[in-house]
Every structure is written in structure tokens, then in C-alpha cells.
Write a new protein. Structure first.
Length: 358
């Protein structure tokens, strides 16, 4: 029960604090925050078309959140999800407009698989450095992001630039590589693929030996090594899975939404960085990541509604996002201090009081 209370507290309190401070800003603008938030959530979660759109844009966020979660759970910090996601997207895009004459299912499958492989290849470099040379993976993956972004920028400006485009972009993928909308909705086949991957990752986290080993490494890597676990090998496996999820997020988003690579493909701050926030908000657990991704996607898609029907600029969502990151430090305080223990000692339960008085 204490664990459930702690997890609920750590998840809800940052959200409530971010919305509270955001509400103060909305009041200063001259709008009612309850009206603004109600309008945003109603149009994105409680109306059919809005919910479908929210689920569509939640698909890559679920995958990047899982990519972050599987490594962070073991205290291995893969900060390169953004670069791995972009690499997967770019690879899928290039194959999407170069391969011709293929059936749609085959073409899409090849592009998705290529994106997964590219994400794994980009993740294996810091994985090997961490596992066998004890190089700080956070530094390597962070720096690798910038290298990947610059390489893709040069490629999209030179070799793969679309001469017919008025801005820097690759040619669009062929129609055979595009994921069509399902039954006239905003959803494509990318969402069912994402949910299948989510179920597999849930089983990995909670029902597999690898999931147990990930938790063991996160709690005490020295003890895990002493008990006979090959920690170095597990680090490589975790990073490869993380890279695969990142590559799938990028390639799936490319074939279902963007259809060509541009310099702002991932948006600001980026799907990979959004995945980090989602994983933190969801406690690095699959169910938590799923809920957090849908909630965060609702914020993103609801920003346009706010801008249209109120005087509040849609950039308020970016403010709330920044506040969420700030207030997530409450989780850090709880996990690394004796806050709960001190509160329990100061306010003992009724049963303990009666036992003491007796």
C-alpha cells in the first residue's frame, strides 16, 4: 500500500502543481483556467475524433517512453533516444522513396525494419563503451545526438534533398510506403503496431527473466554481478532494445504522419526528449508510460483548440511541459531522502498510537 501511495503521489503531484502554476498564468491573461483546461481535455479525450487524434500522436511517444524506461529502470541512462529515433526515421524515409515496385505491406515492413536496425546500430556504440570500457553512457549518448542530427542535416541538404521543395527536405515516401488511415479516422496501422510492442514490453518488464535482471541491476549492479549475472551483456541487450524502440518510433511516425524528413521532423523539444518526460512521469513502468503518453499527447493536440477558442496562446502547453519537468524533482526528493519515513515517524498510525498507549 505504501508503494502504491508513493507512486500515485509522485505521478499526480507534479501534474497538479504544473497545472496550478499554469492556471495562474492563464488568470493573468484574463481567462478562466478551469474553462481552458476543460476545453482542452474535453476535445482531446472525451470526444471521439479528438481521442482518435490523441491516440495517433501518442504512438511514437509510447515507444520513446518505453525506450527510455527500459534503460532508466536499470540506472542506465540512454540519452540518445532522440538521435536514434531520427536515424530510424531518416532510414525509413530514404527506403520509402527509393524502393519501387513493391507491394505496400512489404514496402512498409522493410522501412519499419530498417528503422529498427538503424536505431539498434546507433545504440550499440555507447552500449559497448559502457559495458566493456565503463565509459559514461550519458555523455556518449548526449554527444551522439548532435553528431547524428548534423549528419542527417547535411544529407538532407545535399544528397537526398528534394529539388522541388522550397525548404530543406527529402522527397516524400512513395504511396506504397504510406500507412493509410483506418476507416476514415486519424489512426493508421502504426497504432496497432505500437500496442503490440507495448504488450510485449509489458511482458518483458513484468513477466520475464530479463525484466527481473533489469530491476536487479538497477538496485545493485555489484550484487547482480556477484550473483552470476553477466551485467555487461545485459547492458548491451537493454541498449539494443532501447535503440530498436526508438528506431521504430521514428520510422512509424515517418510513414504514418510526416512522409518526408525535414529539419524540424521531431518538433520542439523532440519526440525523444518528450519520451524522457513521459517515462519519468510514468515511473518507468509500461502502464504508467502508456497513460502518461496519452495524457501528454492530449496536451499537445489540445494546444490548437486553446489557441482557436480562447485568448490563451497555444505555447501555454510548452510552459506546462517545462513546469512538469521542474516539479518532477519532487519524485527525486522522495526517492533519495527519508521524507516518507520522517512523516510516518511524526504522524504514527492510529494502530501504533493505541499499541503505544496500551
Amino acid at each position: 500500500m505504501e508503494k502504491i501511495v508513493r507512486q500515485t503521489f509522485n505521478t499526480l503531484l507534479p501534474v497538479l502543481c504544473a497545472f496550478f502554476v499554469g492556471g495562474i498564468i492563464i488568470v493573468c491573461i484574463g481567462e478562466n483556467p478551469l474553462t481552458v483546461y476543460g476545453l482542452m481535455l474535453k476535445n482531446t479525450l472525451f470526444e471521439w475524433k479528438g481521442l482518435i487524434k490523441t491516440l495517433h500522436f501518442a504512438s511514437p511517444l509510447i515507444l520513446t517512453g518505453l525506450a527510455i524506461g527500459i534503460t532508466f529502470k536499470a540506472n542506465i541512462f540512454n540519452m540518445g533516444v532522440e538521435g536514434q529515433m531520427l536515424g530510424g526515421a531518416f532510414t525509413a524515409c530514404v527506403l520509402g522513396f527509393t524502393l519501387q515496385g513493391l507491394p505496400s505491406v512489404v514496402h512498409i515492413g522493410i522501412c519499419l525494419l530498417a528503422g529498427v536496425v538503424c536505431g539498434m546500430l546507433l545504440a550499440v556504440i555507447p552500449a559497448l563503451l559502457k559495458a566493456y570500457l565503463h565509459v559514461n553512457e550519458m555523455v556518449v549518448t548526449l554527444m551522439l545526438n548532435y553528431a547524428i542530427i548534423e549528419i542527417l542535416r547535411v544529407l538532407s541538404q545535399t544528397i537526398y534533398r528534394d529539388p522541388a521543395s522550397g525548404y530543406v527536405s527529402t522527397p516524400p515516401v512513395l504511396s506504397s510506403a504510406m500507412m493509410n488511415r483506418l476507416s476514415g479516422t486519424s489512426l493508421t496501422a502504426f497504432f496497432p503496431v505500437t500496442m503490440v510492442v507495448f504488450v510485449l514490453m509489458y511482458l518483458v518488464f513484468n513477466k520475464s527473466r530479463l525484466g527481473y535482471e533489469i530491476k536487479s541491476i538497477g538496485r545493485n549492479p555489484e550484487f547482480a554481478e556477484a550473483s552470476g549475472m553477466n551485467v555487461a551483456k545485459k547492458i548491451v541487450v537493454m541498449m539494443l532494445i532501447s535503440g530498436a524502440l526508438s528506431g521504430l518510433a521514428g520510422s512509424g511516425f515517418m510513414l504514418s504522419e510526416k512522409f518526408k524528413y525535414t529539419l524540424d521532423f521531431s518538433g520542439t523539444p523532440g519526440l525523444g526528449w518528450d519520451g524522457m518526460l513521459i517515462s519519468l512521469l510514468g515511473g518507468h513502468s509500461p502502464i504508467g508510460i502508456l497513460v502518461a503518453a496519452i495524457f501528454y499527447s492530449a496536451l499537445k493536440t489540445g494546444s490548437d483548440t486553446i489557441g482557436i477558442f480562447t485568448n490563451v496562446p497555444k505555447e501555454i502547453v510548452g510552459v506546462i511541459q517545462g513546469l512538469l519537468i521542474l516539479f518532477l524533482s519532487i519524485r527525486f526528493i522522495d526517492e533519495h531522502t527519508t521524507l516518507f519515513s520522517r512523516l510516518k515517524a511524526k504522524f504514527p498510525s492510529r494502530g501504533k498510537k493505541e499499541a503505544t498507549s496500551a
